[in-house]
Design a protein around this ligand. Sequence first.
Ligand SMILES: NC(=O)c1ccc[n+]([C@@H]2O[C@H](COP(=O)([O-])OP(=O)(O)OC[C@H]3O[C@@H](n4cnc5c(N)ncnc54)[C@H](O)[C@@H]3O)[C@@H](O)[C@H]2O)c1
Length: 334
Amino acid sequence: MEAKEVLVTGGAGFIGANLVRWLRKHRPRWGITVVDRLTYAGNRRYIEELIDDGSVHLVVADIADREAMEGLFDRRPFHGVFHLAAESHVDRSIMGPEAFVSTNVVGTFVLLECARRHWEGRPGRFLHVSTDEVYGSCPEGSAFCEETPYDPSSPYSATKAGSDHLVQAYHRTYGLDSVITNCSNNFGPYQHPEKLIPMAIRKLRDGCPVPVYGDGRQVRDWLFVEDHCRALVEIFDRGEAGVKYNVGARNEWRNLDLLHRICDGVDEKLGRPEGFSRRLLTFVDDRPGHDRRYAIDSTRLTGDLGWRPQRDFSTALDFTLGWYLEHMTRIWQL
Ligand SMILES: NC(=O)c1ccc[n+]([C@@H]2O[C@H](COP(=O)([O-])OP(=O)(O)OC[C@H]3O[C@@H](n4cnc5c(N)ncnc54)[C@H](O)[C@@H]3O)[C@@H](O)[C@H]2O)c1
């Protein structure tokens, strides 16, 4: 495998940290720089041993800081950018959208400008990691494809949609070699405990009520983070410039059914009586603008690049439950 220098933005966040770990293992000749502002969602501990042994270089900076990003691109001859840094929590975007505009829109613009300037006349690829939430809510019986019109519902998804359009415009206008990925909900290790699966595990472990939005019948299409990381590298290596790729495992779950599985899994692991945790589920008012259903069609990715999810959902969820119960205290002091 050819030696490369790559920049991973948001590499101290959930998916970014999993990606950095995957790259370190499977692309040993690649030089990896992480730029991360270490917001509440980023955590040095996620990739600590890789920073400490010198195999990953961490730069703590804001991607919306033009001077800092220009300096970084000046110092390192990147062949590619995996752009994952973002404000990513929908509830927070409803409470305070400004940070979402700054990081997701302005930050992406700054990185695109750096890439355009530094890659003039030489190869460099910009992989922009986005979400299926840009498509809005998906009617029953269908799935989002790459041509589905954008229809974002939350400030989070609106800023991600804006950043996708910027990336596409830089390809069309300036010929930047870029690819966009839109993936469904990820789960796995190193996800911030404010997100559904780790939040539920933590509260159930502590015997606390777990809030369930609305009637709990919203459908999400779940993807194990390691399968997502493999897809990203596959698309970075072989995807077609200017093309969008949906990433999903066709693994749809109603929130309530997923929570029931988590309850039963936690009870089993903690040796509790059957049904103990299900009683902790508590219905609360629905989130405003809550999309009812997401479902993603990844035919382009499976057909053109041969990617397939490798982890079976039950095994991956069971692994994830065990991982949080074991690591929650050390990593987040929870
Ligand atoms: N988690 C999912 O299920 C999911 C699904 C689809 C798409 N995505 C996309 O994948 C990407 C990664 O998501 P995640 O779940 O790992 O998010 P995350 O919130 O766990 O991590 C985001 C990381 O970005 C960093 N960051 C935030 N603002 C920054 C800034 N201004 N400058 C530099 N770093 C900054 C944070 O410190 C954090 O480390 C995001 O772009 C998100 O939109 C996530």
